[in-house]
Design a protein around this ligand. Structure first.
Ligand SMILES: Cc1ncc(COP(=O)(O)O)c(C=O)c1O
Length: 392
């Protein structure tokens, strides 16, 4: 049994870790030092806000250290690293500031919004009425003037920017003020772009008017899987009060220790990392477009984030595309989004993006034998096994 378990893990490490081009924009790779902290003693300890458990002095220290770094990296008054995931961070924000029948204005999943926040997800759980931002699919962005009208007319209780398909900064400045004047709490689900925001290469939601910025810590942000909330003082203190005991009892301190180190990496290397992620996305998007792939938003330079979106019109075609790539060890999702975080973290630059575009073309357009493509990918990946933008 033990052999079987270890062998499964080993196969995963070998295949996804060494043989594949990992291009899912929700994924990233941790530095070895961050990964190591996941197996530290913190992972087997208990704490409670009321000090029920003894032995927590270093847990307190790591929490303070992590929050200090997070506040610095994001320029926030308060930070909380306890949320167990981006989804839980979303739930914390929605549940803290709404009650049943309130209106939640956010981006509809029909145009790339996060389904977990919408009618089958948190909105259903918390009995919120959803109202979509008027949205231009052509520009992959929120329509400002039409949104202003909706805000004035419907006065949402909470308005959340952010989405699962996100290629351009949103008009946060243009809409936050009017939303607040009409009684809304304004938030930004930065699950996808937190690493680009931390690296100062996307937009700066807390300066542009949101009360809270929150989301996953493992997509463009290169920490362990988990969640984080950053906020202004007024709202941050309310959120902190609510987290325990409603959403997190014992926090996962090994993850928080690892996240703290990832925050230190982001503070030092974030700008270089995020800048390269965006340059890589633009290069890969253009090369794919030149081969005839249906990359969206050519008129806007394709993307300003870690994502490249291909429009195959329907899920079935997207799945067929993704499955074909998987046969060649190129891993994307079925939507189809292509992400550049992980390959960037391994040190790939514009030249490698051209090679990746060519490999995708060989798999999809030339319909070359997967075996040959897999061999070339293993060779390419073997020279990019290290993790960069980290200490030592
Ligand atoms: C915009 C957005 N918010 C939240 C989540 C949920 O994040 P997590 O997987 O960390 O719970 C996702 C998931 O992909 C997402 O795209």
């Amino acid at each position: 049994m033990i052999d079987e378990i270890l062998s499964i893990v080993e196969k995963q490490e070998e295949w996804r870790g060494k043989q594949c081009l990992n291009l899912i924009p929700s994924e990233n790779v941790m530095s070895l030092a961050v990964r190591k902290l996941l197996s530290s003693d913190f992972g087997q300890r208990y704490t409670a806000r009321d000090r029920f458990y003894m032995g927590a002095q270093f847990t307190d220290e790591i929490e303070q250290c992590g929050e200090k770094l997070a506040k610095e990296v994001f320029g926030a008054d308060t930070a909380d690293l306890r949320p167990l995931s981006g989804h839980i961070a979303d739930m914390i924000i929605l549940a803290t500031f709404t009650k049943p029948k309130d209106i939640l204005m956010c981006i509809s999943p029909n145009v790339g919004g996060y389904p977990g926040m919408w009618n089958e997800g948190l909105a259903k759980l918390l009995q919120l009425k959803t109202v979509p931002f008027p949205f231009s699919k052509h520009n992959m962005n929120i329509k400002v003037e039409e949104s202003k009208k909706v805000i004035k007319q419907l006065k949402p209780k909470i308005m959340i920017f952010g989405a699962s398909f996100i290629t351009f900064p949103y008009p946060v400045k243009e809409l936050s003020k009017i939303a607040k004047e009409n009684g809304a709490i304004v938030g930004y689900d930065g699950s996808h772009v937190l690493g680009l925001i931390g690296g100062k290469q996307f937009q700066d939601p807390l300066r542009e008017g949101v009360c809270a910025l929150f989301g996953s810590t493992h997509k463009s942000f290169f920490g362990p899987q988990g969640g984080m909330v950053l906020a202004d003082r007024e709202h941050g203190e309310i959120i902190k009060e609510k987290i325990y005991p409603t959403f997190v009892d014992n926090a996962h301190w090994n993850r928080i220790a690892a996240l703290t180190l990832a925050l230190a990496e982001m503070r030092k290397f974030g700008k270089a990392y995020a800048g390269q992620v965006v340059r890589n996305s633009k290069t890969l998007a253009k090369a794919l477009c030149d081969y005839g792939f249906p990359v969206v938003c050519q008129h806007l330079g394709f993307t300003q984030s870690h994502q490249i979106i291909l429009d195959y019109g329907n899920y079935k075609k997207g799945r067929a595309f993704a499955e074909k790539l998987q046969n060649s060890n190129i891993i994307v999702d079925c939507a189809v989004r292509i992400g550049t975080c992980e390959v960037t973290r391994h040190g790939m630059k514009e030249g490698e993006m051209l090679k990746i575009a060519e490999l995708i073309k060989r798999a999809i357009i030339d319909e070359e034998e997967p075996e040959e493509i897999r061999r070339d990918i293993a060779k390419l990946c073997s020279t990019f096994q290290e993790v960069e933008y980290c200490f030592a």
